[in-house]
Every structure is written in C-alpha cells, then in structure tokens.
Design a protein around this ligand. Structure first.
Ligand code: HEC
Length: 154
C-alpha cells in the first residue's frame, strides 16, 4: 500500500508540471513577441530606404567609385560599411565611434559635407537612428535574419 501511494504522487506532479511549465512558456512568448515588435519599430531605419537618398543628395558627389574622397565610397552599402582611409566610419549601434556621424553632426572635423551648412536636423536624425538601430542594409535583410533565427529558438 505504502509503495503504491508513493508511486502515485510523482505521477500527479508529472501531470501538473507540464501545465505549469507551458503556462510559463506562454508568458515568456507573449513578453518576447511584444518586445520583438518594439525593437522592430525602433530598427526600421535602413540604408536603402532612408539613408541612401540623403547620401545621394549630400555626399555621393564626392564619395563614389570615381571620386573616392577620403578613400570613402558611400554609394553602396558594402562600400559604406567598409569605410575610408581612416578605417570603418559606421559602427552599428555605436554612434560615438562612428566617424561618419561625428563628421556630419559637426562633432569632429573635417565637417561633412565640407564648406557647406550642417545637414538639416531631420536628416541627421535619420542617420543617427540608422546607426543606433544597427545600421541595417534594408528591411528584407532584417526579416530574413529573423526568420532564420526562429527555428533555432524553438
Ligand atoms: C565636396 C566634396 C564632399 C562632399 C559633398 C562630402 N564629402 Fe566627405 N570627404 C570629402 C573629402 C575631401 C574627405 C577627406 C577629408 C580629409 O581627409 O581631410 C572626406 C572625408 C569623409 C569621411 C572620412 C573618411 C575617412 O575614412 O577618413 C567621411 C566619414 C565623410 N567624408 C562622410 C561624408 C558624408 C556622410 C557626406 C555627406 C553628408 C560627405 N562626406 C560629403 C569630401 C566630401
């Protein structure tokens, strides 16, 4: 009788444990998916969609394949991320160490664009958000990296 009683009790625990555990999982999922939505919103600024039009307007006249002023090409994402003669000029998530942002915001010389007024604040804000948000190439790149990460976390 005694052994029978003991055998039944862990059986009960085994039944309640998955219930408890799955409700915990559910909570974690809800929390992580709402957090995911937040980061997605914050990281919406991308090179192709928002930054390139500004660079085309203000920078690419001097920073293209033919005229690489300062060794820097800004007309495509790969080249922009490679940087210029000073090395990398865009460090994703790190504004203070992104020379590109320091020059356009006039925190450091030589000011960019040279001999011109500082870029309007709206443009600076786009560049700032782009670098702070991880300097993404485009929204498709983000979507595919999220999709490929999903099966691993399950
Ligand atoms: C009229 C031409 C011209 C325009 C327009 C221009 N630049 Fe430059 N840029 C230069 C020159 C010249 C240098 C090199 C300056 C030096 O080394 O003293 C340079 C250097 C740089 C560097 C440093 C590269 C390195 O590795 O040392 C960055 C970053 C940069 N520019 C960003 C920009 C951005 C962003 C814009 C647009 C907002 C811009 N530039 C517009 C001429 C220009």
């Amino acid at each position: 009788m005694h052994t029978c009683d003991r055998a039944r009790r862990p059986g009960l625990t085994n039944l309640t444990f998955p219930l408890w555990f799955s409700s915990l999982c559910l909570c974690a999922c809800v929390v992580s998916s709402s957090f995911g939505a937040d980061t997605k919103k914050a990281a919406k600024v991308t090179y192709e969609e928002h930054v390139l039009p500004i660079l085309r307007d203000k920078c690419i006249g001097c920073h293209n394949q033919d005229k690489k002023r300062g060794g820097l090409v800004l007309s495509n994402y790969t080249a922009a991320m490679q940087g210029g003669s000073s090395g990398v000029v865009v460090k994703p998530g790190d504004l203070d160490n992104s020379l590109l942002f320091k020059l356009v915001s006039h925190k450091t010389e030589p000011h960019m664009p040279p001999n011109s007024p500082r870029l309007p604040d709206v443009m600076l804000a786009v560049i700032e958000k782009w670098i702070a948000g991880g300097a993404l190439e485009n929204s498709a790149a983000r979507r595919s990296s999220r999709a490929s990460r999903r099966p691993m976390s399950v």
